[in-house]
Design a protein around this ligand. Sequence first.
Ligand SMILES: CC1=C(/C=C/C(C)=C/C=C/C(C)=C/C=O)C(C)(C)CCC1
Ligand SMILES: [Fe+2]
Length: 326
Amino acid sequence: MAVAESLPAPLRGALDRWGVRASWVALAVAVPVASITPMLSPTLRYAPFLASVLLFGLPHGAVDHLVPDRLAGTGLARSVGVVVAVYGVLGVGYGLWWAAAPVSAFVAFIAVTLLHWGQGDVYALLVLAGAEHLPTRAERALALVVRGGLPMLVPLVGHPAEYRAVAGALVGLFGADAAALAPVFAPATRLGVAAGFGAVTVLALALGARRVRRGAAARRPWLVDAGETLGLWAYFLLVPPVVGIGLYFCLWHATRHIARLELLDPGARATLAAGDLAGTLRRFARDAAPATAGGLLVVAGVWAFVPGRPPARRACSRCTSSPSPS
Ligand SMILES: CC1=C(/C=C/C(C)=C/C=C/C(C)=C/C=O)C(C)(C)CCC1
Ligand SMILES: [Fe+2]
């Protein structure tokens, strides 16, 4: 595609290596590690996940305030002002939605995440992998649904009980009855999702294969697409959702998103093209630190105000052994 061709080879190579291929390794390593985590204490189990949220997850959205300036040269003050205003209105509106109707707000959360994660992967396919088998809007839309559906729908097929527990806990925080979500987890729905999403996956890959066979698109990027798609199907069937989606968010989506954002920073383009990954990450860390800290405060604030939060554990003279989970 035009954008991919316009990227200098060293820059594209560096972004592909660190933003895309490093994720393949990270998730491949995660599968055997995740299979032994049930034997570990919850602290050990979730420590790598929490660390990656701090290092990748939160920071991936923490340079958004610089994007309007880098894209359109609005100037820093205006850029920050626009992003704070838009996110503020959307954030408060969405918070009120959760308070008023948690179940539909949860469904919207899944839908928006599906679209956002799918879009990120399609961008990486086009720009970093140089995919030529998605030339039309319809094919890109189909690829988006497949890529976004992998982390949001496949765990529902493979691990309905854990998915249900997390979903129920989330809506429960806002006082909703988790029973409202029961139809989503009925065996018939699961079967429908497995068959329907399986068919959509096969269709998307088959359409791409047809273009390759006809000589209209390069083979290698299609192989990357097919390999990633089938690999992620297997990953989300194997790895339980909290760890699986958590690691995917930090080590797959966030790294691609950061790679994409680095393209907007002329300084980062220069350090990346020169092979200086550490210098690039230092620049990103400097840009992302203030809003990451702000994001942590927001998380703490939301936690403090959610209505259904479990009561804090208090030191208690009668509790001699470890407290029971609350
Ligand atoms: C773990 C888990 C879930 C959490 C998903 C999360 C936490 C998504 C975060 C999306 C973000 C932050 C996107 C930004 O790019 C579900 C699907 C609710 C239920 C199954 C288990
Ligand atoms: Fe994101």
